[in-house]
Design a protein around this ligand. Structure first.
Ligand SMILES: Nc1ncnc2c1ncn2[C@@H]1O[C@H](COP(=O)(O)OP(=O)(O)OP(=O)(O)O)[C@@H](O)[C@H]1O
Length: 382
């Protein structure tokens, strides 16, 4: 009885696979069913396959999209397309063959034509932290094809955004720990966490950490000091007729890490005194973003609520790198990345978009607290 069931199951499976067609055909069918077509003059215009290309771990399908639709319409339906490609129809046969079904993942981009890459293996959901970074690099994570690093000498400031519990704090700890270990004699930090969390607590005793500010007053005091230091470095560079710290041969770099920028934003603050202080904090942070890069000052600016208030224009414009975990809306994604996409990242902790002049989807490294303790134990000791 079981054999009969098995045989009919296998037959059904093969049928489904035949009926399912190639991934290109399935994508076209899913998009049609999801309403991604245009009716005009009594005719139906759907996406057309122009070509396909095989990469080392993916096939890229290139489509012409119907007039009247935009690439954003397709990007919004990314989950629908991806789930459609992974429906049980294809997994029936694999189940009976006792093969493990790998989830197919897709990436959608647009450059005059719609490009949909279908990957044959999902990205890893966990990349354990290891300190393979050199110089002023910090590991950003594993993309589908390479290990990605952020070089703070090339891009001084970075915005880190993402809905709560998706990996911002873990990334901040990864960055701080890596820099303490690799640049123990040259790096200093001002850590600002006004949300009252304990993220930075374990770094409090490190010799590289000048301040851990947990209220507006101490944040302002630390920022005023940084402003005065910037002026001193500026005077020094003037004397040397150097354009930047690299040319002047200065090795010291100062990182200002802001965890939860919304807490330092003046908009919405009702207490007049605190509002005044927050306005000054914002002004100094904007000034560091604008002129601090050449002077050896670096900003890591994290927020879970990206809006025009929490991500001031000067900061955004001068942060040439963005690390964006999953966000709730396409509007929030637009604020951070100037494009949609972060809202349709999968529900995977540590999965992010790293955007500079290039864009990578990465799985950021997971650093455990015990690892941090061990790593900073020696290099961070006062
Ligand atoms: N890179 C990662 N890989 C795998 N799991 C991760 C990764 N980063 C974070 N996590 C998991 O997600 C949890 C929440 O991460 P984290 O504290 O960094 O979130 P957050 O975005 O900073 O949240 P909040 O805004 O509340 O501070 C971690 O405790 C860990 O279990």
């Amino acid at each position: 009885m079981f054999d009969v069931l098995l045989a009919s199951g296998v037959l059904a499976g093969s049928f489904y696979i035949r009926r399912g067609g190639t991934d290109a055909q399935r994508i076209q069918r899913i998009c049609r069913k999801a309403g991604l077509y245009v009716k005009y003059d009594g005719k139906e215009d759907t996406m057309k396959l122009l070509r396909s290309k095989r990469g080392s771990n993916f096939i890229e399908y290139v489509f012409r999209i119907p007039e009247g639709l935009s690439s954003k319409d397709f990007i919004k339906k990314k989950d629908v397309i991806e789930d459609g490609l992974n429906t049980s129809k294809n997994t029936v046969l694999l189940y009976f063959k006792k093969e493990k079904s790998e989830r197919k993942e897709i990436e959608i981009s647009f450059d005059k034509v719609l490009k949909i890459k279908v990957f044959n293996k999902p990205m890893p959901e966990l990349v354990p932290y290891e300190n393979s970074a050199k110089g002023w690099n910090v590991p950003i994570g594993q993309s589908r094809s390479a290990s990605i690093y952020h070089d703070f000498e090339k891009i001084p400031h970075i915005v880190v955004a993402g809905t709560t519990r998706y990996g911002k704090s873990v990334f901040l700890k990864n960055a701080i720990t890596t820099l303490i270990v690799n640049q123990s004699g040259s790096v200093t930090f001002t850590l600002i966490d006004l949300k009252g969390g304990l993220t930075f607590n374990r770094y409090r005793t490190c010799k590289q950490v000048l301040t851990v500010a947990s209220d507006t007053e101490s944040a302002l005091e630390a920022l005023r000091e940084i402003k005065a230091n910037m002026q001193q470095v500026m005077d020094h560079l003037m004397q040397l007729e150097a354009e930047n710290v690299q040319e002047a041969g200065r090795k010291d770099r100062h990182f200002i890490v802001v965890d939860e920028a919304a807490q330092i934003a003046s908009a919405g603050e009702t207490d007049r005194e605190i509002k005044k202080m927050k306005v000054e904090c914002e002004q100094i942070i904007s000034e560091i973003a604008r002129i601090g890069g050449a002077l050896g000052f670096r900003i890591i600016y994290a927020t879970q609520y990206p809006t025009a208030d929490t991500l001031p224009r000067q900061v955004k414009q001068n942060c040439d790198a963005k690390l964006c975990f999953k966000l709730q809306t396409d509007v929030a994604s637009q604020v951070v990345l100037d494009e949609t996409g972060a809202e349709s990242l999968p529900f995977i902790k540590g999965r992010a978009i790293y955007l500079t002049d290039r864009k990578h989807i990465v799985q950021t490294p997971f650093i455990e607290n015990k690892q941090i303790e061990d790593l900073i134990e020696e290099r961070g000791k006062r």
